[in-house]
Design a protein around this ligand. Sequence first.
Ligand code: 16H
Length: 253
Amino acid sequence: TINEATFAATSNGENISVKGKHRLANDVERVVQEHLTYVREEMCDGWDLIHEEGKMKVYRREVEENGIVVDPLKIFHSIQGVTGHEICHYFWEYQYRMEWETTLDSTKIIEALDQDTVIFFQMHKRVWPTAQRDSCFWSHIRCISNSEEDQPTWLVVNYTTPHPLAPIKPPQVRLIANVAMICETIINEPPLNPKDIKRENIQCKLAYVAFVNPGGWVPSAAVRNVAKREYPRFLRRFTSYVIEQTRDKPILF
Ligand code: 16H
């Protein structure tokens, strides 16, 4: 764990890194822990199942802040033949992004904070008749071992952050997001020798959590309709992409 002494603040309140930790390491740590807690919470009061398709279940809670829709969303899915590491690898890595993303005009890395944490600047496709949106967020990938025997949990978190290389230029509107992809790998009927594990014996249990604020007023019904259509579409396309990419490759545990 990181203690407070790891950081120093400049006179204008910015964090600077000390002892080899980058300036956002505290934020990353806090948000990762929040997601790990939140994903385990029971889905009860207020959550509506808005879409079900095979093993995919999409839940949403209707929430507005100052008249702006900020509905929290949780998707649970189970994918045959891939590991959590593979899912997170393809979700986090810049090089694959435009092969599965259909909602972006562009993506670029504007800073690398460490091996597992980069800052992206993305231009989103305009949704008529609303203003075009962009986003600037740190993206962090992590492996968490729970015990010697269990497969580790893999996760990716995308979290909005300001950046001097990505000023907001009106009329462009900035999306504010806190998104996590959290994955566990299940091995069915494990063979005695781990080397004998085949893709048909593995399965990835995935949770995708999103808090997205459109960053400016958009008609509620429009946002909710777009979300209901686009999130399942994204997960369908993204998971088929990972299955396709990994089919003939050695399993990445
Ligand atoms: O998670 C997804 N993609 C990530 C990689 O590109 C980025 C994402 C993110 C999004 C916004 C800001 C920061 C980071 O984590 C897949 C996203 C799938 C998006 C489905 C569409 C959601 C529609 C929400 C309504 C927004 C209002 C727009 C005006 C109508």
